[in-house]
Design a protein around this ligand. Structure first.
Ligand SMILES: [Zn+2]
Length: 73
């Protein structure tokens, strides 16, 4: 079952919940019963504190490395 990350919009409490994809998304913070927001695509990443930046340079390395060896005749 996938793990979903949630963060409370009221108290910033962050937690993970293991849910079936058929389950409804959580809406209540277990700490303060405030509204929680589902965090997408960031399982295992915590947003606590500052200075954490994800430098996604994969699009850079995705460039097709044109090797000049293809000009063999
Ligand atoms: Zn909360």
């Amino acid at each position: 079952m996938p793990t979903y990350s949630y963060a409370c919009t009221a108290c910033s409490h962050a937690f993970d919940a293991v849910q079936s994809i058929h389950d409804d998304a959580l809406t209540d913070c277990p700490e303060c019963t405030g509204a929680v927001r589902k965090q997408f695509g960031s399982v295992g990443v915590t947003f606590k504190g500052s200075g954490f930046y994800r430098t996604d340079s994969r699009s850079e390395s995705k460039k097709p490395a044109k090797s000049a060896t293809s000009s063999k005749s």
